[in-house]
Structure formats: C-alpha cells, structure tokens
Ligand binder design. Structure first.
Ligand code: GLC
Length: 435
C-alpha cells in the first residue's frame, strides 16, 4: 500500500473513532462535545467516504440552532467531566431564544456551514441526493447569516464582530494580548481540565482564563442580549478570518440557492451583504504598511497591528484585488515562508510574541493550512499552495494526527495538543484527494 493510501486509511479510522451518536468530538478528553467549526471540517472529511455521517454531523449541529438564527460554538449533547467550563457555567438558557432541545454555550464560532455544504456537494457522487439534503438545511444557514448581519454589525458596515476569543476559533492568539492587558478582570476560583490532558506550557495561563470567564460573566449578566454585548463587552473585534469565512459561506449559499432555484430574494439579500462586506473589509481591515489584513478592536476603536495566518485567509473568499493579492502573498512568504519553517505558522515568527509550541501563538494548524491552500490555488499561486499542502502532510506523517505542530523544521517531535484530532484527519483526507 502506498504511504498516502495508508495515511488516508488512518485518517478515516480517526474520524470513525471520534464519531458519537450523530456527531463527532474533536478529540477524546480534551474536547468531549460537538464543536461548531470542527463539525464543518469533519463533515468535509466524511463526505469522501461516508456521506450519511457527513449529513448527520451538520443536521445535529443545526438542530441546536436558536430561535434567532444563532448557532452555538459547543453543543453539549452528552455529559463529561473532562472539560471546563461546561453547560452549568455557560447557562445559555438565559437567552430567551436559546435552544430548548440542547444545552450549549452562548458563544458562536466561524460560520463554516455554508461553504461546507458546497464542498459536500462538490465531493458527492450522488449530486441529486446531496442537493436534496442541502435543500432541507440551507435555510437554517441563511437564517444564521441573517442573525450576523442584523445583530452583530452595530455600525452597519457589513463586518460582524466577535465578542470573545473563543468565538474566533484561534483562541489563544497573541492578537488578544492587547485587549486582555487592558482588562481588569476579577480573579476566579475554578478548576481547569485542559491542563490535565495537555502540557500546561502549550495552553493558556490562569490569568488568561480569568479574562475569558469575565467576558462570559458580563454576557450572562445581560442574558446574552446582543445589543447589551455590543454596548458592554470589553472584547469586541472585527476579525478577518471570521468575516472571510462568513463571506465564503455567503458565496456558497448564493451558488447553492441558484442550483436549487426559486430563491431570488435570498440571493439578492446575500449579494447585497457580499458587496457591502467586501468593500468595508478592504477599506477597514487592510494595513498598507504591514502588507496584510489585520483585526480591528471595535471596543477600543483601534487596529490590532499584527500579522497572523488569519491575515492571509481573505484569499479564500477572493476579497483582495489582484494587486493586493500580490502584496499579501509576498508578506506571507517573507515573514512565514523561510526555508527552515513549515508553512504556515499561526503567528508572525518575527514577532516577540511568537511561541512555536503554544496553542495559536505560533504552531501550524491543519484547518488554516487547508483554507490557505484553497485560497492560494483560487488565486493562481499553485506552487505555494502545493508547499502549504506538502508541509502539513509531512508534519502529520512524521508526528501523527495532532491538533497543532511546531513550525520549526529542526524540531523532531513536533506534534502538540490533542492527539487523534478529528479535523486534522478530515482535512488531510480532503487534501489528499486534490492535485
Ligand atoms: C480549541 C480551538 C478551537 C476548536 C476547539 C475544539 O479550542 O482553539 O478552534 O474549535 O479547540 O477543537
């Protein structure tokens, strides 16, 4: 059997092992529930060899949608004492429109579901059957986008905010240091569970966790009311990765509604959101001096001037112009693409905040590489896309299906975080299926 075939089989085994009753966990112990964007990436992996599971994954996630269109970041289908903070801390039921069926958090995550449906359709060998499935769920995804544009865009710019680092998906990025350093969170007594599964040096600090809990306490004190959160949350950020994913999903919804037919009003609305968003995105979130997209801190009305792998993600939704694309790829190669580094570190290797071992403060992540691989290919940068793909496959072959990887080539055991991690397996299956 070829090496690639063996890797593909192993990846399928990881996914099957992490499958529960109708959904997947990201990995044992460290993440024992259903996570929003993980589920989307996992469904792409399953679509290659078990479409019923891919469909069920998405159906189960959408089953936890709230009355206002919101989709939570964790759905607590099952009990587990290996994770903190669980449902009793989040108390999502405080929100009047939260799901009556499922316990969840009152936070969301990057809205991948729209483009995941389109990926499933592209992969499917039974297009008619898959389109029928898409038809049965697509309006829920549309309602989710409607939630974002009506509730999370207080200045009506077409750019939505996140109000917690856990919403970004890149939870422990040094990007948030600027915000946390200015926050006066109280101290809390609580028992972490993550550091019993993974070396504490690879995870956030106790103080950082206090900030995370503090933001949640403010949201809870106002029953997760969006207007109150926009007014009061100390963390309020327009994130280029999050907004890129929303825009990519908008475009997928447009394409899928066209295939389905008879949805002109929705298509028109989606196109309006797209147009406004792309224009604001380029005006507000591009830093000419850095040659990269950056985050905007809406609470403190200032730009977070750092380059991270998120800075290049707009390629995935074709947001930059041709000229800007050239600048962006140049920045990526200059800062992240040195010979002795795997592509693509999650944070600027030239920054003093870079940490090659710590959770989103430097390591390479499979999902970001997958996004960059697709974005680079769409824009004609096939050679660099190939490197992004080859680097992540090499890291997994060498180390196994870890959650994240040290970008430095001279390090031999460079897999960190959770092991047998679902999206690492799922997206390798997808990457291996591509040229
Ligand atoms: C970590 C990651 C987040 C992911 C979750 C479950 O919290 O930062 O992006 O969704 O793990 O895998």
């Amino acid at each position: 059997m070829s090496l690639m075939k063996a890797l593909n089989n192993e990846a399928r085994e990881v996914l099957n092992r992490n499958w529960r009753d109708g959904f997947s966990i990201p990995c044992e112990k460290l993440y024992p529930f259903q996570w929003h964007w993980d589920s989307g990436f996992i469904a792409i992996g399953f679509a290659h060899f078990d479409m019923p599971k891919a469909e069920q994954e998405i159906k189960t996630l959408l089953d936890a949608q709230w009355g206002n269109g919101f989709i939570p970041h964790i759905v607590f289908h099952n009990e587990s004492d290996t994770y903190f903070p669980g449902p009793e801390f989040h108390c999502a039921e405080l929100h009047p429109q939260s799901s009556k069926k499922h316990k969840s958090t009152g936070l969301t995550q990057p809205p991948v579901t729209g483009f995941v449906l389109e990926e499933m359709f592209k992969i499917s060998k039974d297009k008619k059957g898959t389109l029928k499935f898409i038809k049965s769920v697509i309006d829920k995804v549309y309602d989710n986008h409607n939630y974002f544009y009506t509730k999370r865009d207080p200045q009506n710019e077409g750019l939505v905010y996140i109000y917690h680092n856990w919403e970004s998906g890149i939870d422990n990025s040094p990007l948030w240091d600027d915000i946390f350093n200015n926050m006066e969170s109280p101290s809390y007594e609580f028992e972490r569970r993550d550091t019993t599964h993974v070396d504490a040096s690879q995870r956030p600090s106790h103080r950082e966790y206090e900030h995370y809990l503090h933001i949640l306490e403010i949201a809870k004190a106002h029953n997760y009311n969006d207007d109150k959160i926009a007014e009061l949350s100390p963390f309020l950020v327009q994130d280029p990765l999050f907004n890129t994913i929303l825009l990519k999903s908008n475009q997928s919804l447009i394409d899928l509604y066209r295939l389905i037919g008879n949805n002109e009003n929705k298509i028109k609305q989606l196109e309006e959101w797209q147009e406004k968003a792309i224009s604001s995105f380029n005006k507000k979130l591009f830093d000419e001096e850095l040659g990269a997209y950056v985050h905007y801190d809406l609470r403190n009305e200032t730009t977070l001037r750092h380059v991270s792998s998120s800075s290049f993600s707009p390629l995935f939704a074709n947001i930059p112009s041709k000229e800007r694309t050239l600048v962006l790829v140049q920045t990526m190669m200059d800062k992240f693409g040195k010979e002795n580094y795997y592509l693509c570190a999650s944070f600027d290797p030239e920054s003093e905040r870079f940490n090659p071992k710590k959770y989103w403060r430097g390591p390479v992540w499979v999902n970001l590489n997958w996004i960059l691989y697709n974005g680079l290919n769409q824009n004609g940068f096939h050679d660099i896309a190939q490197r992004v793909k080859a680097d992540i496959i090499e890291l997994i072959e060498k180390n196994g299906f870890y959650e994240y990887f040290d970008p430095r080539k001279e390090i031999s055991n460079s897999g960190y975080g959770g092991y047998n991690f679902s999206w690492s397996a799922a997206l390798v299956i997808d990457l291996l299926s591509k040229e």
